[in-house]
Design a protein around this ligand. Structure first.
Ligand SMILES: [Fe+2]
Ligand SMILES: [Fe+2]
Length: 285
């Protein structure tokens, strides 16, 4: 009998502006369906505040399934550049072992690829950047998998690099995607966009499937809060976009990754403290 797996792909919970009704429902669904693993693709908090991380830690540790987490741009200390640079992961204490953790299941593995960086030479550091070191670490993990094992690579920012470098969603995304296409990668799972998608991206090395999860926060764009239920039967990977409004999966998914993934500013969302340079663009995912 071939291997199979049930996986939950959650993203952009944004504690601080989380949707508690949706989170209670997701936790109950994990108890009911017993997924083999839960992958959370970043943006656990709104502003990387201690109380937001406390809430995130409490909820994530309450889940009755193996969990792996990648870090999102909102999880870096946004208004504290010193901490962002010197100790960007200090606030994950209590769940450090879940961060960028590989999960190996029979015949399939979840392998993280870091895209949120603490510093970069761009004005908008909230965009993604696949560094040489991060890509090298991910590729080494993929190459070390047992022969025939399929991989799901988790990232926060979709590996989409369009337009000029200034507007690219993820610097180094094109090169990373081509490297993943050379390996036995079933799909790249991402967040950040707040709308779900399931598309195939062509690369010089062949196609790569890119699956995005929506948000479990109140920062919705065009669809209600949702998560992805992934069923792998040893061959095909089927995606259902689960949501409380019973909206069918095709209606939940957008056709393409938006080049400029900027939602409208949320009502009541905090602005920069006095003395800090206010953002001139709307908050990014
Ligand atoms: Fe994000
Ligand atoms: Fe987000």
């Amino acid at each position: 009998m071939s291997a199979s797996a049930l996986l939950f792909h959650l993203s952009d919970i944004h504690f601080g502006l989380e949707d508690n009704r949706a989170l209670d429902w997701v936790r109950d669904e994990i108890v009911r369906l017993r997924p083999d693993a839960v992958a959370i693709t970043g943006d656990m908090t709104m502003r990387a505040r201690a109380r937001e991380f406390d809430a995130a830690r409490k909820w994530i540790l309450s889940l009755e399934a193996p969990v792996t987490v990648v870090v999102g741009n909102h999880d870096m200390p946004y208004f504290n550049p010193v901490e962002r640079f010197l100790a960007p992961y200090a606030r994950f204490r209590g769940m450090e072992t879940l961060i960028e953790r590989e999960i190996d299941l029979p015949g399939i593995a979840i392998v993280p690829l870091k895209t949120a960086t603490r510093a970069q030479w761009r004005l908008n550091w909230s965009k993604g950047w696949v560094t040489d070191a991060a890509l090298g670490k991910c590729l080494a993990a993929l190459d070390a998998l047992p022969e025939g094992t399929r991989a799901l690579v988790t990232v926060h920012h979709p590996l989409r690099e369009v337009g000029t470098q200034g507007t690219a969603l993820t610097r180094g995304g094109t090169r990373a995607l081509a490297e993943l296409a050379r390996r036995d990668v079933l799909a790249v799972l991402s967040g950040h966009v707040h709308d779900a998608f399931d598309i195939v991206e062509e690369t010089p090395a062949g196609p790569v499937r890119m699956i995005g999860a929506g948000t479990l926060s109140k920062r919705t764009r065009s669809t209600p809060p949702s998560f992805n239920e992934l069923r792998w039967d040893g061959d095909a990977l089927n995606v259902t976009v689960r949501n409380l409004e019973q909206v069918p999966t095709p209606a939940m998914q957008i056709d393409d990754v938006p080049e400029n993934a900027l939602p409208p500013r949320d009502p009541g969302e905090p602005v920069a403290p006095v003395g800090q340079v206010p953002r001139t663009d709307p908050p990014v995912h």
